[in-house]
Design a protein around this ligand. Structure first.
Ligand code: ZN
Length: 348
């Protein structure tokens, strides 16, 4: 094979290799292999010493032509691949405006707080004042002023966290009521207070008991207050929490600070009163305790029970939330697990 034919063969093979190289590194390697000092073209040029003086310049010129041709092909392929790499990067980093946005997680009030706020709004609308009270309370206000003297057996119904003999964690938000009674000026109108807050009892924690839970209590004292006022108020509470179609029924009960005392049942929201597992087939669900304020409680606050009377009621927002949302373990409300709590977030 003549040197020209060999050079032509190297050119054709080289061009084919360059064309098929798909990454820059391969192109660079082809350049080293083909045009380098140990490459086949250099090898061909070395063989020129065997040629005649007439042939030498012709072959030399052809060899240079081929070297330039290959060098151009390599440069061209390189810029093609570089451009493709830049385009690929641009495509990868392109902003896709059709992608859904990333939401910024936003918290909401705890479900118990939601229920308390809902009831506070209802009662503020009816002219009640909200009393927060203290969670650390005197035995005197928590028990004695509510007609529960030191030896009263009903104290056993509320296992209590005592701090000293006379100071305790309040077992009921009713403790705020004697304070409200003794400070109210009846010449300015009736007393209407709502006392929401945390209370504490030394219960063994289980699915329906927690040593800490919430109460909302209401107290109204004025002249001419009757049980009809109480029932009307409780019906409004039930309608607000569960819906307008629900009825309230009162059953006799006992609390030391009310006389008479009642338990209030509301129509089962689950079966509309037909009877189901939630209401134990009765059609009614017990939701709160209430009654007419005991004359002794009024007397201890210096109020004449012959002139003034009133009603009081107490309910548990935790229990409401369990009933309303079908939660079977009260402790879920206090574990602070966002996966549980976010179920009760309001939409929007
Ligand atoms: Zn039912």
């Amino acid at each position: 094979m003549s040197l020209q034919d060999r050079l032509t063969e190297l050119r054709d093979q080289g061009l084919a290799d360059i064309k098929s190289a798909d990454v820059l590194n391969k192109v660079n390697q082809i350049k080293v292999d083909l045009l380098g000092k140990k490459g086949p073209i250099t090898e061909v040029l070395r063989g020129m010493r065997d040629l005649t003086p007439e042939e030498r310049p012709k072959v030399g010129a052809y060899a240079n032509e081929i070297r330039d041709h290959l060098q151009n092909a390599i440069d061209h392929r390189r810029s093609e691949l570089e451009e493709a790499a830049v385009n690929a990067q641009l495509a990868a980093e392109k902003l896709d405006v059709t992608l859904p946005g990333r939401t910024v997680p936003q918290g909401q009030p705890h479900v118990i707080t939601q229920i308390i706020t809902e009831l506070e709004d209802l009662f503020i609308g009816m002219g009640y004042e909200i009393e927060d009270g203290d969670e650390v309370e005197e035995d005197y206000y928590n028990f004695e002023r509510l007609n529960l003297p030191k030896d009263h057996p009903a104290r056993d119904m509320q296992d209590t966290f005592y701090i000293t003999k006379e100071v305790l964690l309040r077992t009921q938000t009713s403790a705020d009521q004697p304070r409200a009674l003794e400070s109210h000026d009846f010449s300015k109108g009736p007393l209407k207070v709502l006392t929401p807050g945390r209370v504490y009892r030394r219960d063994t924690d289980d699915a329906t008991h927690s040593h800490q839970f919430h109460q909302i209590e209401g107290l109204v004292v004025d002249k001419h207050i009757t049980m009809a006022d109480l029932k009307g108020t409780l019906t409004l509470v039930a309608n607000t929490l569960f819906g307008d179609q629900f009825d309230v029924r009162l059953r006799p009960s006992y609390f030391p600070f009310t006389e008479p005392s009642v338990e209030a049942d509301v129509t089962c929201f689950n079966c509309n009163g037909k009877g189901c597992a939630v209401c134990k087939q009765t059609g009614w669900i017990e939701v709160l305790g209430a009654g007419m304020v005991h004359p002794r409680v009024l007397e201890m606050s210096g109020i004449d029970p012959e002139v003034y009377g009133g009603f009081a009621f107490g309910l548990g927002p935790d229990r409401f939330a369990m009933l309303k949302y079908g939660v079977d373990d009260i402790r879920n409300f206090y574990l602070n697990d966002v996966r549980f709590l976010s179920q009760f977030y309001k939409k929007g």
